[in-house]
Design a protein around this ligand. Structure first.
Ligand code: NAD
Ligand code: DAU
Length: 350
């Protein structure tokens, strides 16, 4: 039986990856290592928690002694590393947490894998999940490819770029069998409502203002989270060691347009007059250093691994909104406590 360590499995993307691996690979023992920060929630995995090939381990990747012992006690064959501080706005107000988890935490895992595998790399793999934000910001034209030079602009993206470089350096220096992927914006169930799409859904439901940074003209390339999980599955199993794969939705939206789209779907689902939710749109102060546009060229993963997004945005956003409307208890749980303080600080209690 192969032992696979998935870090950050109680978070948004990690929970979809853990579920997919637990269900699709009964021959693997899946360890979900997560510190359960504000963004981690075991409710995301309640349906699989009793599966015989699933084990949750609470722990912090910045704790070197803990990580070393975990790897000594469990001879992992593979690591799929998603644990991170992931929200750009939080990285602007508190960069150090991002440095610690995203950089120091990643190096702790790299060192532990290196010490465990000791140069015997047959059947071993360290997979680092990263972001398209490492490439910086695009203008109106062009796409990020795997060879686009790194130019991170926020403390979050700089910390992810740093961890990407370290992962590649461990491959170059110690031959650690790594693979990486850099993905665009994900959306779907289990996303913490500090990120644009769940925040807008949550606020419409509660008749609260919909904060749009600046004029809402920034562009993101949106991918349904289960499509990201399927790409991760493929890259983990079939990606070439030492390589990087870009993953994207081929689905660019200006923020203002995506907010209006959600408004119209929500009006229909909540039986409100068309146009009701749009009245809640409120332009607020722009994010500092706000990247204008991200867009991925996903040709490499399409050509080499035959991966393409399976879900059209129309269907994905309906599914996502339905999930949030049907999971009010989840929303209430994650928005109690710290969320209220965070929201007040960000949006002045509106
Ligand atoms: P998330 O914030 O929803 O989840 C992160 C998880 O990591 C949480 O469960 C949290 O408890 C855990 N964690 C945080 N610090 C930890 C620590 N020190 N030790 C152990 N666990 C810790 O994040 P997400 O949106 O699911 O992103 C997952 C990964 O994918 C991240 O590496 C992120 O950079 C990357 N990514 C995200 C997106 C996106 O659109 N969300 C796109 C591309 C790449
Ligand atoms: O591109 C991949 C990245 O996508 C991931 O690496 C990050 O972990 C993930 O958080 C996401 O980063 P963004 O900053 O693009 O996502 P966010 O949902 O925070 O914002 C999306 C866009 O919407 C961005 O241009 C900022 C804007 N925005 C966001 C919020 C929270 C608003 O206009 N209002 C808001 O209230």
């Amino acid at each position: 039986m192969k032992k696979i360590l998935i870090t950050g499995g109680a978070g948004f993307i990690g929970s979809h990856v853990v579920r997919r691996f637990v269900k699709n690979y009964p021959e693997y023992e899946i360890f979900n290592l997560d510190a359960l920060t504000y963004a981690g929630n075991l409710e995301n995995l309640s349906d699989i928690k009793n599966e015989p090939n699933y084990l949750f381990v609470k722990g912090d990747i910045t704790d070197q002694v803990f990580i070393d012992n975990l790897f000594k006690e469990n001879a992992f064959d593979g690591v799929i590393h998603l644990a991170a501080e992931s929200h750009v706005d939080r990285s602007i107000t508190n960069p150090m947490e991002f440095i610690m988890t995203n950089i120091v935490g990643t190096v702790n895992l790299l060192n532990a894998a290196r010490n465990l595998w000791k140069g015997n790399f047959e059947g071993k793999r360290f997979y680092h999940i990263s972001t398209d934000e490492v490439y910086g910001s695009l203008g109106d034209e062009g796409f990020f490819t795997e060879t686009t030079p790194y130019d991170p602009k926020s403390p979050y993206s700089a910390s992810k770029a740093s961890s990407d470089h370290l992962v590649r350096a461990y491959h170059n220096t110690y031959k650690l069998p790594v693979v990486l992927s850099n993905c665009s914006n994900n959306y779907g169930p289990n996303q913490f409502p500090e990120k644009l799409i769940p925040l807008i859904i949550h606020n419409i439901e509660n008749n609260k203002p919909l904060p749009v940074y600046g004029k809402g003209l920034n562009i993101r390339d949106w991918l349904y989270v289960e499509d990201h999980a399927s790409a991760i599955d493929l890259i983990f199993h079939k990606g070439t060691v030492g390589e990087t794969y870009n993953i994207g939705g081929n689905n660019e939206w200006r923020n203002i347009d995506i907010v209006k789209k959600i408004c119209s779907v929500m009006d229909r689902k909540l039986n409100r007059e068309p146009g009701t939710s749009e009245k809640l749109i409120t332009n607020v102060t722009d994010r500092a250093g706000h990247d204008l546009r991200y867009a991925i060229d996903a040709t490499k993963i399409k050509n080499e691994l035959s991966w393409e997004p399976s879900l059209q945005f129309e269907e994905g956003i309906e599914k996502t909104i339905d999930w949030y409307l049907n999971n009010k208890e989840w929303l209430n749980n994650v928005t109690s406590g710290d969320y209220q303080n965070y929201y007040k600080k960000m949006y002045g209690g509106r």
